[in-house]
Write a protein that binds this ligand. Structure first.
Ligand code: GDR
Length: 346
């Protein structure tokens, strides 16, 4: 009997890569769609798997609807990837962010408890839970202190602890995967890496004059989403449930990411000025291609993240195959082609 996986957030970046992986492994993949939103199938289409996913109507804000979806799909495994996942938006929509990210997880756990407590649950937790890192001499691992800096981070922390609590209270096979930033050509353009690769590709081809960014000094541990979904799957195949950090172990600033992407597009950036007035100038043409727009600053920022995935390496046999250099190349090449072909889908 092939296993069945139910994926919430199937239309997002991770949903698409995870679906492809599970299909390759012979799973029946059921993907949640919300009736209120036009189904966004573009990422699944880009991977050529849109017809291989069985849709089920599931909205994490409706407990009875969640229960019906689980009764209908009869999954062995549930991957809860659905969220309002853009940190900046969570400051404007904190309640929606918590409804889906925090209480959505509670509804799923309660539905599993009622319908079939043997279902294995993966909860998509986040390095945003570490937030304000107090000690930069240490990498963040499963035992590091949490200090979220956004309503998004706070909502993820609730879901993380509730997942742990159901495991401890009822013996659920419920796993919290604490994933550091993971990117790809399927990343949404609201996130900074894709904003940079797509934006600079547009500048190169004369489709836009300039790219506006916020805090260039923020440092992130960026990996490739395609590598990370393999770690997600491995977490649910263990003999016992536990929590795992997935990260690459290298950290780079937004400024550094800009320089890498620019170089691959044939630019060379000279930075001029300071603070809000800083600009990035292309040395060859003398044109200003990047500027700062304080609208992209966040009310509270996560300045620095660097993860330690030693436990995942040891217990899951997982390590990321893609370097940051390869990731930037992959994203830049995809966006360069999309801009040339006029098809910047997301
Ligand atoms: P993040 O990702 O908040 O880390 O959360 P994002 O790419 O949005 O921001 C990373 C850093 O870049 C800075 N930044 C900008 N960010 C955006 N989006 N746009 C800009 O113009 C810009 N300029 C500078 C930000 O201030 C920030 O410091 C992501 C999400 O996918 C979460 O859902 C996930 O949980 C975590 O990664 C791990």
């Amino acid at each position: 009997m092939p296993k069945t996986a139910l994926i919430t957030g199937v239309s997002g970046q991770d949903g698409a890569y995870l679906s492809r992986l599970l299909l390759q492994k012979g799973y029946r993949v059921v993907g949640s769609v919300r009736r209120t939103a036009a189904p966004r199938m573009s990422r699944l289409m880009e991977l050529g798997i849109e017809n291989d996913i069985e849709p089920v109507e599931l909205d994490l804000t409706e407990i009875t609807n969640v229960m019906r979806a689980i009764e209908h799909a009869k999954p062995d495994e549930i991957y809860n990837l659905a969220a309002q996942s853009f940190v900046a938006v969570s400051f404007e929509q904190p309640i929606l962010t918590a409804e889906v990210g925090a209480l959505g997880n509670a509804r799923l756990l309660e539905a599993i408890r009622t319908v079939d407590p043997k279902i294995r649950l993966y909860q998509a937790s986040s390095s945003e839970m570490f937030g304000k890192v107090a000690d930069r001499t240490k990498l963040q691992n499963e035992n590091s202190p949490f200090h979220p800096r956004s309503p998004y981070g706070v909502s993820k922390l609730f879901a993380h602890w509730l997942t742990v609590n159901y495991r401890e209270s009822y013996g659920f096979f419920a796993v919290s995967g604490i994933l550091f930033n993971h990117e790809s050509p399927l990343r949404g353009r609201e996130f900074v890496t894709r904003k940079i690769t797509a934006g600079l590709a547009e500048v190169k081809h004369g489709r836009r004059e300039i790219l506006s960014l916020g805090n260039l000094e923020a440092q992130r541990d960026w990996g490739f989403a395609g590598d990370f979904v393999d770690g997600i799957w491995r977490m649910l195949q263990r003999p016992a449930a536990d929590d795992y950090v997935l990260a690459t172990g290298t950290t780079t600033s937004v400024r550094g990411f800009c320089e890498l992407a620019a170089e691959r597009l044939g630019f060379a950036i000279d930075w001029k000025g300071k603070g809000d007035g800083e600009t990035g100038i292309d040395r060859k043409s003398g044109k200003t291609i990047i500027r700062i727009d304080p609208r992209y600053y966040r009310p509270a920022e996560v300045d620095y993240l660097l993860g330690d995935a030693a436990k995942a390496r040891r217990e899951l046999g997982w390590s990321p195959a893609t370097t940051l250099a390869d990731l930037v190349t992959m994203m830049v090449e995809a966006d360069d082609l999309r801009v040339r072909e006029n098809r910047l889908l997301y």
